[in-house]
Design a protein around this ligand. Structure first.
Ligand code: FAD
Length: 666
């Protein structure tokens, strides 16, 4: 049996971004001994990259704003596929979560009369994003980190140990959710949670944290795509961990391509250009100098967006008497429009379009309101955005699909003791997320996940984890050192150097090559515009990659070995990519972040259809299977009808565009 370090906690939170830290704070404040695990250093999670702000209907800049308007915008943005109760809770609770951050020390930008300032963003009817310049995520994480440290100081006073009730395990990766083998519900998967298995990235040593409740808050999946704004951490780990534990994923076909990523130079392709640039007055032009977005306002949004440049420009000064410019349409609409302009030969020299602030506001205002963008372009592309336009194009940015959760509790469906919050959870954003709605989602549902995980842990018995599960997890993690020989054993569990190389007769594979091929496949065949034949090709390619990933070999030993880490991440990226491709093939309509060239319209018949992905053979790790079959089983589920008082927030003429005939009748 593998000898690994074991520790006991009440709640384990996997992920130290906004969702994970907020969950951990809540769980600890509710009395649960809480551990947080993260792949990067504490304070360096992907959330720090968030720029534009946190959406919350505080009504500080326009008093017309309230939670009902925010709810309405969120459903419109998600094309009515949102888990409506989540959207309701989110809109209602987001202002409290922002105010709470302020009481914990966050320093937001202010209005002239001293209130928290709020800025415009695509799809939001009123200025709604609380922000700190264009570095809001950094301030959010800094504040939550500070709160955690203050709780640890309280604990020190009482117990003499800073980490007695709240401990962060940084630079550690979780590879498996373990099951409670003492419970009656123990089965291949779907039994009660017992804890997690992981390794320290620096030493390669394995460890087990036993806990009756685990919160997954691992963020997104963007590193499966070639052009992405996402950080290295986004390898879909939490999505895969949930699948492997027996929890289904919801609506994985919905992947958001942000309209404005950098397109040049190649080394920085995909890095985000924040939507605040457009929110603050920036405009999109094609190679002919035309503000082309006026040609791309879809019917469902026609009455809400300006028809002329003059009206759009007036809106910035007088939003009550003018309609907003179409540059501020939801992201999916803008990304598709840019794609069409480039395809029609009206793109910029490096395959994007132009985003201009230089002719729209004085240089000092640009530098004050968009400091990160100014530096990003100056340093990475040698472009001065106060003097010339940026070149931008779509980049894979966010996954709306995720772990299927209960709206109130954030409990993952099908696995008692498992919770999920943040980008890794599905449902909240429907088919497309509005900018700013992620940071608020992290706070609202991070808190809820922590609260319910703590309550669950207090009410249940301690789990037991048998040695077999740990041995299996250790062998799986060691496989890249002796690919397909099955020789990885307990002797390597201590972290010493091991012999490497593929066995005779097999072709060893390089994990970096496999990753590049996966990214190219997803970008080219399951990207922003999708076609049936291409997605079928993608599934075949993914099946081949999966077989080859079983032969991925790494050299050296377990200390500081990024090749090994990538080889392990490949399992997750391949699983999640198959979910995206399979669900995208199944949904024969275009909606939000899912655009089918062969089914270009939104179909009201699909409005209330959720697609759930689960693992076909729970015991299966990376083995070769029939490509047509794959490892993922899809099931259709009808969504719960939207509550009548929430539907009453919309005009009937608008609902007719979205809801199926029978839903309208009801
Ligand atoms: P993250 O912050 O990514 O945290 C995930 C955590 O999980 C990390 O600590 C990671 O180390 C850990 N982890 C992952 N896998 C494992 C594993 N196997 N084991 C252990 N730990 C693991 N949204 C907005 O609302 N407003 C904005 O202005 C905004 N701007 C953005 C700008 C950019 C450039 C990008 C890329 C995104 C932006 N977003 C914005 C989206 C938003 O930042 C993310 O959706 C959000 O931060 C996700 O937070 P999270 O807590 O779910 O995950």
């Amino acid at each position: 049996m593998s000898v690994v370090d074991r520790q006991q906690w009440d709640v384990v939170v996997v992920g130290a971004g906004g969702a994970g830290l907020r969950a951990a704070i809540e769980a600890r404040e509710r009395g649960a001994r809480t551990a947080v695990i993260c792949k990067s250093l504490f304070g360096k999670a992907h959330t720090v990259m968030a720029e534009g702000g946190i959406a919350a209907a505080m009504g500080n800049v326009n008093s017309g704003d309230n939670w009902q308007v925010h709810f309405r915008d969120t459903l419109r943005g998600g094309k009515f596929l949102n888990q409506w109760r989540m959207a309701e809770l989110h809109a209602q609770e987001a202002p409290d979560r922002v105010w709470e951050l302020e009481t914990w020390g966050a320093l937001f930008d202010r209005t002239r009369d001293g209130r928290i300032s709020q800025r415009n963003f695509g799809g939001h009817e009123y200025p709604r994003l609380a922000h700190v310049g264009d570095r809001t995520g950094l301030e959010l994480i800094r504040t939550l980190q500070q709160k955690i440290v203050s709780l640890q100081q309280e604990d020190f006073k009482e117990t003499g140990d800073y980490e007695s009730r709240l401990k962060v395990y940084q630079e550690c990766t979780v590879t498996r959710i373990l099951q409670d083998t003492a419970s009656d519900s123990a089965s291949a998967t779907g039994g009660r949670v017992g804890g997690v298995f992981g390794y320290a990235r620096e030493s390669g040593r394995f460890f087990v944290l036993e806990a009756p409740a685990v919160v997954i808050a691992t963020g997104g999946i963007g590193k499966s795509f070639k052009v992405t704004s996402n950080s290295w951490e986004y390898t879909g780990d939490g999505h895969a961990l949930a699948l492997l534990a027996g929890a289904p994923l919801l609506n994985m076909e919905f992947v958001q391509f942000h309209p404005t990523g950098m397109v040049w130079p190649p080394s920085v392709k995909g890095i985000l250009v924040t939507e605040s640039v457009r929110g603050d007055g920036g405009v999109l032009r094609n190679s002919e100098g035309k503000r082309f977005m006026f040609d791309y306002v879809p019917d469902v949004f026609k009455d809400k967006y300006a028809e002329s440049e003059e009206e759009g420009d007036r809106w910035y000064e007088d939003p009550d008497n003018n309609r907003r410019p179409p540059e501020l349409l939801p992201r999916d609409e803008v990304a598709r429009a840019i794609n069409s302009e480039v395809k029609a030969g009206r793109g910029s020299p490096h395959g994007g379009v132009f985003l201009d602030v230089s002719t729209r506001m004085p240089a000092e205002v640009i530098k004050r309101r968009l400091p990160s963008m100014y530096h990003q372009f100056k340093e990475l592309a040698d472009v001065d955005i106060t003097a010339e336009a940026m070149e931008v194009g779509p980049t894979c940015h966010y996954v709306m699909g995720g772990i299927a959760v209960e709206s109130e509790t954030a409990a993952a469906r099908g696995v008692p003791g498992l919770y999920a919050a943040g980008e890794v959870a599905g449902g909240m954003h429907g088919s497309n997320r509005l900018g700013g709605n992620s940071l608020s989602d992290l706070l609202v549902f991070g808190r809820r996940a922590g609260l319910h995980a703590a309550e669950y842990a207090a009410a249940t018995t301690r789990p037991a984890i048998d040695g077999t599960q740990i041995d299996t997890a250790a062998a799986e993690a060691l496989r890249p050192f002796s690919a397909e020989t099955g020789e990885a054993g307990a002797s390597m569990a201590s972290g010493e150097s091991v012999e490497t190389g593929a066995p005779a007769g097999t072709v060893p594979e390089n994990p970096y090559t496999l990753h590049q091929e996966l990214q190219q496949t997803m970008n080219d065949l399951v990207g922003i515009i999708r076609r049936e034949g291409e997605m079928e090709q993608a599934l075949e390619k993914l099946a081949q990659l999966r077989v080859r990933a079983g032969r991925a070999v790494v050299e050296g030993h377990r200390q500081f070995n990024p090749g090994w880490h990538l080889a392990l991440d490949l399992r997750n990226m391949l699983l999640v990519s198959e979910c995206v491709a399979r669900a995208a093939l199944e949904r024969v309509e275009s909606r939000g972040g899912h655009t089918r060239e062969d089914h270009p319209s939104m179909d009201r018949g699909w409005r209330n259809v959720n697609l759930l992905c689960s693992l076909t053979d729970p015991a299966d790790g990376m083995s070769a299977v029939d490509p047509a079959q794959g490892r993922i089983t899809l099931t259709r589920e009808t969504t719960e009808p939207i509550r009548p008082d929430l539907l009453a927030l919309f005009e009937k003429e608008e609902l007719v565009k979205y809801l199926a005939e029978e839903e309208l009748y009801e």
